[in-house]
Design a binder for this molecule. Structure first.
Ligand SMILES: [Fe+2]
Ligand SMILES: [Fe+2]
Length: 330
């Protein structure tokens, strides 16, 4: 259920998110952002839309993500403008395209099609997946899925870039009933580069929903792919699953200076959410490493805040909003 806040609280959240005082730490701005996302209101869309002139690509990509998750068509013009801005960081443009897929309005399809030949691979791949998602949402299968979805409380409340492979949609059999064969079959689909990215994403989300250690291992095999987009989504999913079993492969990704910063960023945030004791020194190290890209350093800063939050005994979490990112402390 969406939260409500008073007008003065809304102003405070706006000032915090937009850093009007000039001295709000990034992780505090993130908390304001996740509170605004939880409001799911038109006011929240308006406030979040004002943040795109910020110099932090990390913050801006999260703004776009949240606009997609709020799921209001009023966000489409700003998301389109961000996607069209080729001087913008590709990670931000990617997230804008993905958010358009999340909102899933048919009017976005021709716009997304324009970027199927974008010079940035992560942008064109995102557009390919987003188009397939909007089309799937409007297919018979998609409509059936939507109408049956209320029967069970989904494990994850996020709007995903692709639905889990059919037969394993949310609310489908519990993990104990899922055979090793199923995980093996999904793993084959996940790594099969002859399939469309959308199909491979469907296998990815099915494995997430299965959630066993074997499913984590199958997902981790996707880190050998050569698509940064694909790998960053696996890291993001690990941030949702919160399985300590994924920590070793996430630490490897975070520390790999050859890896794309988008993937390393997502690994850092996943580690902050999993929040086991051994990850903290790595987050601290990479937050301060001068040779690390800005987005990696900033992600570690946010991840440290998440880690502290998870270990603080506070109970105010974003329930499945985006991994386990904290909400609200404004
Ligand atoms: Fe992303
Ligand atoms: Fe991200």
């Amino acid at each position: 259920m969406a939260l409500t806040v008073s007008l003065s609280e809304l102003r405070k959240l706006e000032d915090c998110l937009l850093n009007t005082s000039g001295d709000v730490p990034l992780h505090t701005r993130f908390r304001a952002l996740f509170t605004l996302k939880g409001l799911k209101s038109e006011d929240a869309v308006k406030i979040i839309s004002k943040g795109f002139s910020d110099p932090s690509a990390l913050l801006k990509h999260e703004l776009a993500y949240c606009l997609g998750q709020i799921n209001k068509t009023s966000a489409l013009p700003i998301l389109e403008a961000v996607l069209r801005d080729t001087s913008e960081d590709p990670m931000v443009r990617h997230e804008a395209a993905e958010a358009m897929g999340a909102i899933s309005h048919p009017s976005s399809v021709p716009i997304l099609k324009e970027f199927l030949a974008d010079p940035e691979r992560s942008v064109r791949e995102t557009c390919e997946i987003a188009i397939a998602k909007v089309e799937w949402d409007n297919s018979e299968e998609g409509k059936r899925h939507r109408s049956s979805k209320n029967d069970d409380v989904p494990a994850y409340t996020s709007i995903d870039p692709a639905p889990a492979t059919s037969g394993l949609l949310r609310g489908a059999p519990k993990s104990e009933e899922i055979s090793e064969d199923t995980v093996e079959k999904l793993k084959k689909e996940l790594v099969d580069t002859n399939l469309s990215l959308f199909q491979r994403y469907r296998a990815m989300f099915a494995l997430r929903d299965i959630g066993t250690a074997a499913a984590v291992d199958a997902l981790a095999s996707g880190f050998c792919d050569d698509s940064a987009l694909f790998k960053h989504e696996i890291a993001f999913i690990f941030g949702q699953m919160l399985s300590p079993h994924s920590v070793p492969c996430l630490l490897k990704v975070l520390q790999d200076s050859q890896e794309s910063e988008m993937v390393r960023h997502e690994a850092a945030e996943a580690l902050g959410g999993i929040a086991t004791p051994e990850v903290l020194p790595y987050l601290r190290e990479w937050m301060n490493r001068e040779d690390a890209p800005r987005v990696v350093r900033e992600s570690c800063q946010v991840a440290m805040d998440m880690w502290e939050y998870e270990n603080s005994g506070e109970f105010q979490y974003a329930n499945g909003l985006s991994g386990s990112r904290p909400i609200a402390v404004a």
